[in-house]
Write a protein of this length. Sequence first.
Length: 257
Amino acid sequence: MRLLLLLLVCGLVFSCDPYANPLIIKDQKPEILIYTGITMADAISEINDIFESRYDCKASMMYGASGYLKRVIEVNKVGDIFFPGNKSYVDSFIKEKIVTKSVDVGFNRLSFFVKKGNPLLLSGDLHQLTDANLKVSLGANDSGSVGEETFKLIKQLKYYNDIISNVTSFTADSKGLVSAIRNSEADIVINWLATGFVNNNNLFMEPIKIDYDIVNKVPITMGILKYSSDLECVNNFMDTVHSSEGKALFKKYGFND
């Protein structure tokens, strides 16, 4: 009798559709992957909260130096949205037909950053980067958007070589430049202005406007990757970015100043 009952139970279990069992139903929401530059990560995280509450979609986020993220995409060939700190990375992917559509969502610009209170009384003059008494840290030219834009700026100067020979350290990305100020490894850095709006960075550092007309507002652009498998969720995310809440978040984090 016990054997008969056991066989009956086993027959019932294996004849059922496992997905119909409420005990093992899993979240089947479609998910997109967003590659974002470090400077924009906090803003995108908050926008994602709105996106996931509004649509039947999920998003995961990978952040890092823009050059690094570009290489990850080239190697892995997966993902949905690329959001680097400089439009040039998206433009490069457009030429390679890896980005199928791009949308400008704000802009960034370079700024000096120094210790809170500016104890050394530094100014907005780029020439001070040649002062041997200062510890100077800059973004590396070949790893992230801030370094690329910084070199584009200082290469226009007659004293470019003097600046380079005076640099104490080069960092891979904007996060490294923030750490250089926080840890007193640098007296002055050039970083994206928006870094002063995140992670309570304003508690230990402050911006100084660079006094040159050659400092440009750099568009920040989202590109839709050709590898995307769920364009509906991607378009819903873009709608969230361009919503009143999304625009307010970009303003909050300094991308419209």
